[in-house]
Design a protein around this ligand. Structure first.
Ligand code: ADP
Ligand code: MG
Length: 411
């Protein structure tokens, strides 16, 4: 099936003049976004993200280049036509919610339809339908100031959808929310993209959110410096795994950071069909994953703790599962690369050097290597993770293991 292109920018440049000085804000930007894609733009403050979004949404004009929306170059539109495009084809959500303070929720949501010339009763009906979908209908008569930030932002999202726009643009939509409300807003965008098939273009500063997107565009100094395709999105799309509901109790004692980490852990469990973790193992896995996410431990330590027996303070997973989980966590976290240090999103397998370092530090390995030496046969040192006694492994298994980690127990 041919992918349908919603947004195409060709060599777009934009500058601002302050006094006599010209500042180049966007420098020759080209990009393409297809229907149903979820794109996140990531980059330091002032690099031109909002300017780019505003150009795509028809709020700002360009100095040079083409901005094609479903094939039509909006830089060629008259002011009126551009305003109409902005009001009917684009839904926008901002960090500051931008709700009208003296209008109640239902009229805030209904407002954008005024410009589409729809009568008040139909406007309110449509607004109520959206509010119901967002489980906000009980707040319909509230003023924005009577609601939490998270609720206000959900109202703003409902408003952005009221004219059935082609493109949903969100400029740091979680920037003013606590982490729980932010997670809810992110889940909402995820649903809008997956279930309602909306094309989403979002700017965020939170590296934890990049894995929501199909593609992440990294911007810096007016240019797109890198694009990362998130291959895991397919798994993300497979939906929630009901099997994980039995761990609900865990929610109570999670930190804010762990709440986000938990989602990653859940995805890994779903993707790998891991169903038999005890609640304790699950809780510990979230904690150790969170430590890794926050760089409190190294990737080698992560692997070691995931594998270490539960009674010794580890997660206590079976070796192969431990390795699978640790590597999957590394992959997920690898997507959250700060833009300051561009890295390619190549496969982030733990390097053989790191593994070797780990084994160098481990008493068990020394002991087992001695034993191996004495017995005069090679076994895979990978068998010793976490201090379990070296198992006798078949030559075929040893070969496979050695190939996987690309090192041999050299003695
Ligand atoms: P970001 O959203 O990435 O933080 P912006 O697109 O808001 O960046 O702004 C990029 C740069 O353009 C900033 O240096 C900002 O000060 C400047 N800028 C944005 N809008 C205007 C404007 N209307 N007039 C002059 N300079 C502007
Ligand atoms: Mg901005």
């Amino acid at each position: 099936m041919q992918k349908s292109r919603v947004i195409k920018l060709i060599n777009v440049s934009k500058s601002y003049k302050i006094g006599k000085t010209k500042f180049d804000i966007l420098k020759n930007i080209s990009l393409e976004i297809f229907a149903g894609e979820y794109i996140i733009i990531f980059g330091p403050s002032g690099c031109g993200k909002s300017t780019l979004l505003n150009i795509i949404s028809g709020l700002e004009t360009v100095d040079d280049g083409k901005v094609q929306i479903r094939g039509e170059d909006i830089t060629k539109l008259s002011q009126n036509e551009l305003a109409k495009y902005h009001r009917t084809k684009v839904g926008m959500v901002f960090q500051q919610f931008n709700l009208i303070k003296n209008l109640d929720v239902v009229d805030n949501v209904a407002l954008p339809q005024v410009f589409a010339g729809i009568g008040i009763r139909r406007r309110r009906k449509r607004a109520m339908k959206l509010l119901k979908e967002f489980e906000l209908d009980k707040l319909a008569k509230n003023l924005p100031t009577e609601m939490s930030g998270g609720q206000q932002q959900r109202v703003a999202i409902a408003r952005s959808l009221v004219n059935n726009p082609w493109i949903l643009i969100a400029d740091e939509p979680t920037g003013n929310l606590d982490s729980k409300a932010a997670s809810e807003v992110m889940e909402l965008f995820k649903n809008l993209n997956e279930k309602a098939k909306r094309t989403v273009l979002m700017v965020t500063h939170n590296p934890e959110y990049v894995y929501y997107a199909h593609r992440v565009l990294y911007m810096r100094d007016g240019k797109i410096i890198k694009e990362v395709v998130n291959h895991d999105i397919r798994n993300l799309n497979s939906g929630k795994d009901e099997n994980l509901d039995r761990y609900k109790y865990v929610e109570k004692d999670l930190t804010e950071s762990e709440i986000d980490t938990r989602k990653i852990v859940d995805e890994i469990m779903s993707e790998n069909k891991l169903r038999n973790f005890s609640e304790g193992e699950y809780r510990r896995l979230i904690r150790v994953a969170d430590d890794r996410k926050n760089k409190k431990i190294t990737e080698v330590e992560l692997m070691e703790i995931v594998d270490r027996p539960f009674k010794d303070g580890g997660v206590g997973l079976y070796k192969r599962t431990a390795e699978k989980v640790a590597l999957a966590l590394e992959d997920k976290f690898a997507l959250m690369i700060p833009v300051e240090e561009p890295k390619e999103n190549t496969e982030s397998k733990i390097s053989p050097e790191k593994i070797a370092q780990f084994y160098d530090k481990s008493n068990f390995v020394v002991k087992d290597i001695n034993r191996v030496k004495k017995d005069g046969e090679e076994i895979s040192i990978r068998k010793n993770i976490g201090g379990a006694p070296a198992e006798a492994s078949s030559p075929a298994e040893q070969k496979e293991d050695a190939e996987k980690i690309n090192i041999k127990s050299e003695i």
